[in-house]
Design a protein around this ligand. Structure first.
Ligand SMILES: *[C@@H]1O[C@H](CO)[C@@H](O)[C@H](O)[C@H]1NC(C)=O
Ligand SMILES: *[C@@H]1O[C@H](CO)[C@@H](O)[C@H](O)[C@H]1NC(C)=O
Ligand SMILES: *[C@@H]1O[C@H](CO)[C@@H](O)[C@H](O)[C@H]1NC(C)=O
Length: 244
């Protein structure tokens, strides 16, 4: 072997080790384990039909901002409502506790279950950042106005589910996930209840997984009993406030 050749070999090896070191550093010290954030909206009339609450809200409200992996990531990080005091007027309007409107327990629950996991990312590593970002995305997405804009409004008539899905996915340019209540196996209709829009870790919209089986099963448990992916073949009921 000539000396030129040997030194090339050394360079190659150096390069290999440098690459390997970078790769393993990346694998061994992940900052967090989730790759997707799911912004979940629910329709108060449908939710209260299941939970026996009495909501007078006729806008889609926030259910939560959920990382696609991990739950209850840091139980020693207490929820403290005074840290989000400036957000409260918006929280009460956009992220209301439909069961006990005067309480902060819904936000506390969402913080422990999902917020402490989201907080593994620097961009969400405080209660103010987490709740503030959820509100920001909620207003940016503005689902309520988008539905209205396309004349998808609460009604006593049924919609063709595939029509709603096509229009809304088309508007956002990604697949959203629509969840319905299926009153009984052969009811012949389903009730629109929850709409999820997915984001990358740097808050660009991305496709949501449509099949419920593709969602991490521990996350799927979040859906209240009765919510499952809407069936494209079944007429969908989008209930007006007073109907359920
Ligand atoms: C689902 O989430 C749990 C809790 O974070 C995790 O332990 C598990 O590996 C995840 N499963 C898949 C298939 O991502
Ligand atoms: C949990 O939260 C506390 C309070 O913010 C923080 O000091 C601690 O480092 C966190 N632990 C982990 C494992 O992130
Ligand atoms: C909640 O946060 C406020 C503002 O930072 C602080 O003064 C207060 O001590 C905290 N309360 C608890 C119970 O940690």
């Amino acid at each position: 072997m000539s000396s030129v050749c040997r030194s090339n070999m050394r360079l190659l090896l150096l390069h290999f080790f440098a690459t390997a070191a970078t790769a393993s550093a990346f694998v061994l010290t992940p900052q967090y384990t989730w790759t997707k954030l799911i912004l979940t909206h629910h329709w108060p009339t449908t939710f209260c039909g299941m939970e026996k609450c009495h909501s007078k809200i006729d806008t889609w409200t926030l259910h939560g901002l959920w990382p696609d992996n991990g739950m209850d990531c840091n139980s020693t990080w207490p929820f403290n409502v005074s840290l989000i005091e400036d957000l409260l007027p918006d929280m009460e309007k956009s992220w209301p506790d439909l069961i006990s409107p005067e309480s902060t327990s819904f936000w506390k629950y969402e913080w422990y279950k999902h917020g402490t996991c989201a907080a593994k990312a620097e961009s969400l590593n405080s209660q103010h950042k987490y709740f503030g970002k959820a509100l920001e995305l909620y207003h940016k997405v503005d689902l309520d106005s988008v539905l209205k804009k396309f004349d998808i409004i609460p009604s006593t008539k049924y919609y063709l589910f595939s029509h709603i899905q096509e229009i809304i996915d088309g508007f956002y340019g990604v697949n959203l996930k629509f969840q319905c209540v299926h009153p009984s196996k052969n009811a012949g209709y389903q009730i629109l209840g929850q709409i999820e829009i997915c984001f990358t870790a740097d808050f660009s919209v991305m496709h949501c997984e449509r099949e419920s089986r593709a969602v991490n099963s521990s996350l799927r448990a979040e859906a209240k009993p009765g919510f499952s992916v809407c069936d494209p073949e079944v007429p969908v009921y989008y209930p007006p406030m007073t109907m359920l």
